[in-house]
Design a protein around this ligand. Structure first.
Ligand SMILES: O=C(O)[C@H](O)[C@@H](O)[C@H](O)[C@H](O)COP(=O)(O)O
Length: 236
């Protein structure tokens, strides 16, 4: 089991405040210690306000590298692009100077683009200083979707990233082809933060803590990483 530090907040504002100050402290500590920092980011509504707050901080942003936890295999101009989401939330204001390592490349498919993404990710500062994860109502985290094509290899590979083709559902929407940190990529961080909102997802999270199939609830594989330092933040 991961080293869990669970915090249950009364409101999203409270969670945002805590998350933003934790990220600020983490980035500052890494910059002071190593002269550089790496932060891996997810999309989703949970982290967005903290990203906006972070973007105004006076950090040495040019020494911070922001990279994606996962991405749909769509152009950055697409409305569902996580790259576009990070550009419009985090990489604004002072954070415009951060380095941004993205996943989508010119390859026709995520599978064909995987090696190029892997080599970019291998050049990031490792272990990553902090990785922000979300979770869907189907128990997916990053783009590790239940029973997806590519999930087994994402859970087994030693590579940092893996192409995934999810089974289409209400959660995935029509775009099922993704690039994601693998389980090994998620494990490769000093500190991971999992953001969960609402009672329905809380139930899935509690379910994921119990033994069972990692293919049905991929979050279970992350919770099972014995050396992972994982903060779990929940808000209503
Ligand atoms: O790429 C995606 O499909 C989303 O980023 C997704 O994985 C998100 O992280 C979770 O669904 C949590 O979303 P909320 O933050 O909105 O709860």
């Amino acid at each position: 089991m991961a080293l869990l530090n669970e915090k249950f907040f009364d409101s999203k504002d409270e969670m945002t405040e805590h998350l933003a100050s934790l990220l600020e402290d983490t980035l500052n500590a890494a910059l002071n210690k190593d002269g550089q920092a790496s932060m891996l980011v997810s999309g989703g509504s949970s982290p967005a306000p903290a990203y906006k707050r972070l973007s105004n901080l006076n950090l040495d942003w040019n020494k911070v590298t922001v990279a994606m936890v996962d991405e749909r295999w769509v152009e950055p101009t697409h409305e569902k692009s996580n790259e576009a989401f990070i550009n419009s939330t985090l990489l604004q204001n002072n954070a415009l100077n951060a380095n941004f390592v993205t996943m989508k490349n010119i390859a026709e498919s995520a599978m064909q683009g995987q090696d190029a993404v892997e080599s970019k990710y291998q050049s990031l500062k490792q272990p990553f200083d902090v990785t922000i994860l979300g979770m869907g109502p189907d128990g997916h985290t990053a783009s590790l979707f239940p029973n997806a094509d590519g999930l087994e290899s994402a859970l087994e590979t030693e590579q940092l990233v893996c192409a995934i083709n999810a089974i289409q559902s209400e959660v995935t929407g029509s775009i099922t082809e993704r690039m994601s940190l693998s389980l090994a990529g998620i494990a490769n961080t000093q500190h991971a933060i999992l953001l969960i909102s609402g009672d329905a997802k809380r139930k899935i999270y509690e379910e994921a803590k119990k033994p069972g199939s990692e293919l049905d609830i991929p979050l279970r594989a992350v919770l099972g990483l014995s050396d992972l330092n994982l903060s779990v933040f929940w808000c209503p």
